[in-house]
Design a protein around this ligand. Sequence first.
Ligand SMILES: Cc1cc2nc3c(=O)[nH]c(=O)nc-3n(C[C@H](O)[C@H](O)[C@H](O)COP(=O)(O)OP(=O)(O)OC[C@H]3O[C@@H](n4cnc5c(N)ncnc54)[C@H](O)[C@@H]3O)c2cc1C
Length: 457
Amino acid sequence: MSAAFLEALHREIPGLRLLTDVADRESYRRDETAHHEPGMPLGVALPADTGEVAAIMRLATEHRVAVVPRGAGSGLSGGSAGVDGALTVVMTRLDRVLEIDRGNLVAVVQPGVINADLKAAVAAEGLFYAPDPASYEFCSIGGNIGTNAGGLCCVKYGVTRDAVLSLEVVMADGTVIRTGGRNVKDVAGYSLTHLIVGSQGTLAIVTEATLRLRPAPPPKQTLLAFFPTMDSAGVAVAAMTAAGLEPCTLELMDRQTIAAVDDWHHLGLDREAAALLLVESDRPGEAADVELEQAATACTDAGAASVVRATDPMEADWLRQVRRMAYRAMERLGVARMEDVGAPRAQLPALLAAIERIAAAHEVRCGTFGHAGDGNLHPTFVWDRGDTAAEERAHAACEELYRAAIAMGGTVTGEHGIGAARREFLEEQRGPEAVAVMRAIKKALDPLGILNPGKVV
Ligand SMILES: Cc1cc2nc3c(=O)[nH]c(=O)nc-3n(C[C@H](O)[C@H](O)[C@H](O)COP(=O)(O)OP(=O)(O)OC[C@H]3O[C@@H](n4cnc5c(N)ncnc54)[C@H](O)[C@@H]3O)c2cc1C
């Protein structure tokens, strides 16, 4: 069956780049979810256009072979991880920015475009594409759409879904559809765009996206505050939200993460602090100063030990880089399992307390950082490779953490997705009736279950 499928791909799509060597299949097997054991793909296809993707799906349907859509493979839920016997379809060769339409403030792009490259292309036109995952230098727009990626400036500008106006997608049977156009307002029928964004390659394969742009905001002003306790940092964030401040970045790093970054790059960060907050404002002119003064007051009132302002744009850039390094710095310490829990924003102090309590109770090493302004944190559990007892304790801590997040009205994943790694908690969070509706949608769009099986639902 699988040999016949590979033969059909060769025969019917003669130009298709198709890799079947073990070494090639191995290299596309994993995403960045270190603790998830993936399957081994049957082969890896790198299509060059929509026509090739559609032909792949027609043949996959005919031969009943599963397909795993894949972008840059930086996902943290096993979404693009290999499935035994499935074809992994890597979208990185569809990597062109097709159009920047100033009149309508949209960009039309292929899914393999790297987020940072799109940002640079539109910046050259004085425009701004907002979604900015910390992985923006190496993740793809298709993957961002697949996961509904968040990032550092969602707190002000929203997540990927808020920036997608329309998609061209290939359905499981190879049919190609468009889900919308360039309209800012468009309520004709169900919003297939919104349904497909965040569906992690389980409903359709994205081959083109029409994305919303904004005029470039003014340069950012930056503030850094150091806190003696995690709780005081959480209280400061909650106070900023309650005061109606709209910083474009409101990020947190705890003591373990500060130390990991500082050990790596020797930056002279305050290692005595229990937590730091990075706050940025991109309001015009003096309005940014006013906003950061209000943020500084919230920090001081909550008990910040020190509050400093970046003196120039280079220093501000450097501080943002410090935050972006957090996960890689934790990864240097062992096997890292980055979690992605969230809670309603006013509950941030409670979420931080739960993380500290659970990590201590299970005696696991944990560094926490993340998008505090969104109520979305990345507690990252680390253990020595081969220390199975510590690994089991970390898994138990994660399960307890998921339940704590659900109990406070939060979520087991704010932006990385259910993927393959968190499936058993979907029903616990959403309830069986809601998951049954999701499964009905999946069945209607992919009756044979060939798109990314074993992921999400
Ligand atoms: C250091 C680091 C920092 C990170 N920071 C953030 C962050 O701040 N915010 C955040 O949200 N994430 C973050 N991530 C996670 C990851 O970068 C994002 O989930 C990103 O959106 C994945 O993009 P990708 O191109 O690597 O996709 P992949 O990992 O290849 O795929 C992700 C999912 O999308 C699906 N998919 C990919 N392409 C398509 C397509 N064309 N059509 C349909 N489905 C598709 C896949 O099947 C999979 O389910 C981080 C990861 C790392 C390693």
